[in-house]
Design a protein around this ligand. Structure first.
Ligand SMILES: NC(=O)c1ccc[n+]([C@@H]2O[C@H](COP(=O)([O-])OP(=O)(O)OC[C@H]3O[C@@H](n4cnc5c(N)ncnc54)[C@H](O)[C@@H]3O)[C@@H](O)[C@H]2O)c1
Length: 307
């Protein structure tokens, strides 16, 4: 097991507390900075709930301290993971404060989903240690972390960040350019674009889209990515299908008007009882519970791998 590190996590909200839990798992000491007294008070309970959910070892929680000030949370930290609200100026200010508090070698990672880490680190003195680490929600259940290299991030910083995340049981991938949506959200939205266009064109209803994905190619996707699937069937076949199909796929520039109409009509999804599909509160809960059970079953960490 690699040497125990000291790690700061900025923001103890939805993502921050899960990231703190993950990093404390393999034995690292984690300090969480959370300015809201209410959120701070809720963190121990939320962390205990993760331990229970995953039947993990309670000693993990002893390695996480929650602070009401930034300096204490990042004291002697070799890594800092920022999971504060998605506002550029706020994140820039946090990173400027961090630069004044930590050594020049401390790696500063942002969990931003949309704001480029390039912009967050633009005005810093040591921009080579700024890196994007895009976790997926909930971070303690979804293994992927996209590690985004800005034009200034050094290869060494990418390497050390990926090593740390792998040691915490995550599946880090290297994104070599800081582009909108990184890799995962681009792929997800490419699929959604076509799904929305098919429903808008009356080819099928929204439920059918979900059935086709879950019972069709989605059923094998957790073990067979699209590139290996193409190699499996052969690129000659992939080319033949591309020649027929690609020109026919949706090319609506920007957001599809069908989604805009739904939003304008207040049909926002499960929270309003209707989005692409209609939902009773019981049906919505059933979907959440099904997802939780599936993710937990895949995620449990053997106790033998814990400190
Ligand atoms: N929620 C998701 O699904 C998801 C997924 C991937 C990435 N992200 C990104 O992670 C980041 C955090 O998102 P979240 O969903 O955890 O939000 P959240 O609102 O649940 O948590 C943010 C926390 O930051 C705290 N905060 C406010 N000002 C702060 C400051 N100046 N310094 C430190 N903390 C501060 C808030 O009190 C709050 O507890 C965002 O950049 C978001 O885009 C979110």
């Amino acid at each position: 097991m690699s040497k125990a590190l000291t790690i700061g996590v900025i923001g103890g909200g939805l993502m921050g507390h899960g990231i703190a839990y993950l990093l404390a798992g393999p034995g690292h000491r984690v300090g969480v900075y959370e300015p809201s007294a209410e959120v701070r008070a809720s963190i121990p309970e939320r962390l205990r709930a993760i331990v229970e959910l995953l039947d993990d070892v309670p000693a993990i929680l002893e390695r996480i301290d929650v602070h009401d000030n930034l300096a204490d949370a990042v004291r002697s930290a070799q890594f800092v993971f920022e999971a504060a609200p998605e506002k550029l100026q706020l994140k820039q200010r946090i990173f400027a404060d961090l630069e004044a508090l930590v050594g020049p070698d401390t790696i500063l990672a942002s969990n931003s989903s949309a704001i480029p880490s390039t912009e967050i680190g633009r005005h810093l003195k040591h921009r080579e240690r700024v890196v994007g680490t895009h976790f997926w929600n909930p971070p303690h259940l979804v293994p992927l972390v996209e590690v985004i290299q800005t034009e200034w991030t050094s290869d060494e910083v990418v390497r050390r960040t990926m090593e740390l995340l792998a040691s915490a049981g995550q599946q880090p991938v290297h994104v070599r350019r800081d582009i909108p949506g990184f890799i995962g959200n681009r792929l997800q939205h490419a699929l959604k674009r076509e799904a929305i266009a098919l429903v808008a064109a009356g080819v099928c209803d929204a439920e059918t889209i979900d059935t086709v994905v879950k019972s069709g190619f989605g059923a094998r996707m957790a073990v067979l990515g699209p590139m290996e699937q193409s190699d499996l069937v052969g690129l000659d076949l992939t080319l033949d299908i591309s020649e027929v199909l690609v020109a026919d796929l949706d090319r609506t520039p920007g957001a599809h008007p069908y989604v805009r109409e739904k939003v304008e009509a207040g049909k926002l999804g499960m929270k309003t009882g209707e989005g692409f599909r209609r939902w009773t509160p019981e049906q919505a809960n059933e979907v959440r519970e099904r997802l939780r059970r599936f993710l937990v079953a895949q995620r449990k960490v053997p106790r033998s791998k814990r400190r």
